[in-house]
Write a protein that binds this ligand. Sequence first.
Ligand code: PLP
Length: 431
Amino acid sequence: MSGAAFSADPLPGKVAVARRCHPSLPFDVERVRADFPALEQTIHGKPLAYLDNAASAQKPQAMIDAVTSAYTHNYSNVHRGVHTLSQRATEAYEGAREIARRFMGAARPEEIVFVRGTTEGINLVAHSFVRPRLAPGDEVLISAMEHHSNIVPWQIVCEETGARLRVAPITDRGEIDLDAFEDLLTDRTRMVAVVHVSNALGTINPARRIVELASRRGIPTLFDGAQAAPHLELDVAELGCDFYTISGHKLFGPTGIGALYGRFERLAAMKPYEGGGEMIRSVTFEATEYNDPPHRFEAGTPHIVGAIGLGAAMCYVEETGLDAIAAHEHELLIHATKRLGEIPQVRLIGTAAEKAAVLSFVVEGIHAHDVGTILDHQGVAVRVGHHCAQPLMDRYGVPATARASFAFYNTRQEVDRLVDGLHQLLEFFGP
Ligand code: PLP
């Protein structure tokens, strides 16, 4: 096991502490794979090749141990208790916030709000930050490659306020047309919300350039970082965005937890998203004084152990090393692009110059669901469908694609098994 620096020590009294994690060993994919128990299984009698990481990633033992330890020995509700277990749980929960701060590159832990995931992060910003600032005729700008979770919340607040959702077009390769994007920034634009890495195309968008263009006009920015966090080193302070949100389950952490970065001045100026316990300073029947960020946005009992697990997953990724992860995944991307390119019936959707290790493709004449089912019988797990990006599928004139999405624990052999599976599929369906 390469081991995470996040303590999963089962001894009572030992809780996780935030400390900087560095790769202690050179990257070795076989050693990394041994940290992920789910990868050891067979599916339909074949070794599992898990290529559905963009939907959700598998979990390292260090993360599972941190969750088990938290529930076994260090569990209680947070913030409210004077007793030892509550103090331990609080320390671990706030320790996870500090890890998330460091992982995302925020200046202070108060800028990290624990949310259910990217979807909740975007909804929180849409309702608490943008909606009160929208008047009829105002605009929110997104791109044509957004996940539904970065479309629908904006549609809702636009409908409620008479504002207009504008969509920056993309090129055939799957890159944002930056000239058109810039033309769409007007004196009515109140928010720019763009995906950092596209789940359906793999495109890595030029986040810094987008912030530059928007902030030059005083327009706040949000990035949907659901797919970026597992692949790229994040530095929100350097990026200069106002909001950035990620999902724990795509980052080798638990489901039901994610993090929203918000620039402190923005969070401090925002009203709560939900009301309840924990988010208040004082309550009378006449009036409530809200707590400071981030607690103002964490009403009720939070997903305590989820946050602890997310912290452990972030430490695991840091210790594996984001540079090594990027290099390994890039090699997989190059290999997979070449091998899929050798199959004439396969058409790649999304060929941007800057890409994460995601390959969306259609097999001419064969429905994507058949592609997914036949690959599953070979033990190869890929996702098929519209990937919660129906407008993007419309842009390419396809109802669905098959998508292989890689993580750092995937191998060249697994790419080759995907290609072998596609050859079997083509044989099965005949010429
Ligand atoms: N944005 C992108 C690009 C995604 O890929 C996803 C999930 O697939 C989401 C947002 C939504 O994330 P979650 O379901 O974790 O809230």
